[in-house]
Design a protein around this ligand. Structure first.
Ligand code: ATP
Length: 143
């Protein structure tokens, strides 16, 4: 089967590199499956699980937004943050989720909940919950 090179990088480090048969990513316009021969594209990514399929199996990577670029010879994921299952600190993700849920509840019941400032803060906490839940999902597949 044809393979394509994939690199998942963050501003801090290279998280994954390998030759894969398929990359499945959560683009802002929906799920995207990329194989060798895919047309060149650049798309923003949602917070979500990136799956790479190799001839030996499948690897999940927690990706907190960023961009995916497909070139003829290579797929690059430039992520704001990305972790392999074994890199995820489950207690930290659980604590982040609980804290964000508490803050969200307080913001939503605040008297100023319809002001632009509080609305923006509500979105920040919702995004934090999404990242934490996605990390917990990826960590469940820890080997
Ligand atoms: P937290 O509230 O725990 O800081 P966060 O969602 O605000 O989480 P990010 O801003 O997305 O964190 O990421 C900051 C850095 O911390 C990145 O390098 C990311 O890979 C790492 N990181 C965040 N959460 C975890 C986790 N649960 N386990 C391992 N690394 C994590």
């Amino acid at each position: 089967m044809n393979t394509i090179q994939v690199e998942v990088v963050t501003p801090e480090r290279k998280v994954y590199t390998g030759d894969v048969t398929m990359v499945i990513a959560k683009g802002v316009d929906g799920e995207l499956g990329v194989q060798a021969g895919h047309v060149p594209i650049v798309t923003p990514l949602k917070v979500g699980v990136l799956r790479v399929k190799t001839t030996n199996g499948e690897q999940s990577i927690a990706v907190s937004g960023g961009f995916l670029e497909v070139r003829p010879d290579k797929v690059t994921v430039l992520a704001e943050a990305a972790e392999l299952p074994e890199d995820i600190d489950v207690a930290r993700a659980q604590a982040s989720k609980e804290l964000a849920e508490k803050l969200l509840a307080a913001l939503e019941s605040s008297r100023e909940s319809d002001t632009a400032k509080v609305k923006a803060e509500i979105e920040v906490q919702k995004a934090a919950i999404k990242r934490a839940e996605m990390r917990l999902t990826v960590a469940k597949g820890k080997k």
